[in-house]
Design a protein around this ligand. Sequence first.
Ligand code: PMP
Length: 326
Amino acid sequence: MTSHEQPVDSVLETIGRTPLVALQDGPTDVDLYAKLETFNPGASVKDRIGRYMLEAMLERGELSEDGTIIEPTAGNTGIGFAIAAEQLGLEAIFVVPERFSVEKQQLMAALGAEIINTPTDAGMGGAIERAHELAAELDDAVVPQQFSNPLNVEAHYETTGPEIYEALDGEVGAVVAGCGTAGTLMGIAEYALERDDSTYVAAVEPEGSIYGEALGDDREEDEYKIEGIGTHDLATNELFDPDLVDAVYAIPDRDAHDELRRLAREEGHLVASSAGAASVAARRVARAISTGEIDAPHETVVTVFPDSSERYLSKGIYRSFEEWEG
Ligand code: PMP
């Protein structure tokens, strides 16, 4: 894998190869690392699927060279797809539930995309439905479908997973990541389990999300403020494979919020709520490996910080928990 030190021809070539940084404050006998996806040009993990999925779809002829992509998205995927679409000469339309941050919607528009809002009440399912309706109305329009397209998982199997293993010389005991579409975790997990099938794999969701039900855990469905991860409907999250996952950690909003503020103050990470939740869960896994409660092949835990807090300043991400709009 090459570094970012050489000049490159396009912003697309700066995607990936993000830093892996040791987290502090964990048990002394377990190493804990976070992959900082804020270093991507669109400042989130979703730049990876933007480039990977659109290039693969063009190559396979699933998308024509002057075609349009229409994607339901919480925002980061829109930004990642918008960067890639513009560079690859495609049009982009994004269907975004209203509750998601205005910063993300402004960035998608700045990148040349069209935004269509759907009611918050209709959830992500409503946005998915609207995207398909629009695609049927337009010529040459395709919905890449990050929630069901295996290319989403493949992007992480081909890039994020190998980068982690190369950085740690293959010594990875546990992978812990938040699940929105679950593409990030599934791609890294597939790569990890192929190398060592005893690698511990943990999914992270907000308390109020029901991913844990797929592993037989009790979950109470509720609203949550953490943005970018979780599900209210397992049927729309087709990529999540419970067979690859050892546990699903449900993190309360308050814990994720405390942690994202601590991460800024004490460790210099300007990351958002899904990173806060991932950090809480990863520390829990590290402690359990340290006490012997979890059996992992190496004393090394890796998590992913998907995006930056700057994207949520208007929602008061650094204010008190009560003032944080989520
Ligand atoms: N965090 C944030 C902020 C996100 O936008 C997303 C994507 N929805 C994720 C985490 C989860 O990534 P994935 O969709 O790959 O599970």
